[in-house]
Design a protein around this ligand. Sequence first.
Ligand SMILES: [Zn+2]
Length: 399
Amino acid sequence: MTCAIVILVVDALRSSYVSEDKTPFLAEQASKGLHVKSLIPGHGFCERTEILVGKSMEDSGFFSALKYAPQESPYRAIHPLILKILQVFESFSPRLVRKVLRRIIWEVISRARLGFAPLNVPISELKFFALAEDGAGSLIRHDPDSIYSIARDRGLVVNDAAFTSMNNRLSGGDNERLELALEAVTSASNITLVYLSDCDKYGHKYGPENPLFHTKLREIDNKIRQFVKRVGADCGQIDFVIIGDHGMTEIRDVIDIESVVKGAMSGLSRGKDYISFVDSTVGKVWLHSENARKKATAIIEDCNSLGDAVACRKKEELGGVFARGEYGDILMFASPGVLFSPDSFNSAGENLQGMHGYDPGVCADMHGTLIAWGPSFTSNDVESLSLHAVHGIIKEIMI
Ligand SMILES: [Zn+2]
């Protein structure tokens, strides 16, 4: 019988980071416990559903953080005319005013059910979008196979105060969340979920091969070492599960895909004839008028002219999770190392050096890793596993 389970999701802890020189503590734990060297996520951005519900992108239907679902959008609560006026006001405002305006919108909408930040999306287009894995149909909260449901059925307490979700603010930085987690483990929590963001943050900032990033990585490794030591001092029998949910790769090229779309749709009105949403590695276009549908081939041709940097596909061609059009009528996938900027999360000029979100089937840098030790684990090396299979490992030790 273990005292508790501590699950640390270390955002973007790449498979190849785990080594004696880069992460001495994690490497040592990997040699003692279960080490899944390559943890392979789906191509989408909904890793928490994979981990906590055990469903792949194909099974859950969730691809990215937001989906096209006007009927579910929290921004429906704001009159479209007000959104339009705010957008016009924003377009004439200096950068600082724009920032404050978006902050106010987030303050208002975060009080609405399933609200999400306005990001870098045109204000009048926010009404088309709703949260996907954290939204009304969230499997994390409602699926009987979710770790939350299983814990409830087994009478176990889950504490996620130090975890993350798109409809909540993050509780401070990594240090604050580790303190919150320490409090949780030493109180009544049976399963403590912790999210550490620095590995992702500095991987984006410096790029995964940069010595400055390697310094940060050693700091993160040491932070986990200290946390484990402190938790262990208060509560001996603990299963620790460290999950690197995906990897990171160096950026070698930047494409303004928004401008490519705009060029292909010239003469049409954005917001009326079509809308678009750009993740850092996937561009999506929804065609709202017959004129826009006629120009669909122009987008595909313009993307093809970029060579192998971008693969452009229609939803019908992709099928599966894409067939319903929640993730675009036309999708543009960046090849590994190609960044779409600006995107719907960041404005231009962020100068990022690392990115993820590429097809893990062709880019091994996208593979994460898993290291687990404690009373439920013996020393065992596993070459590779799908990210959604982590759910089975957690379920097994929830006794
Ligand atoms: Zn990231």
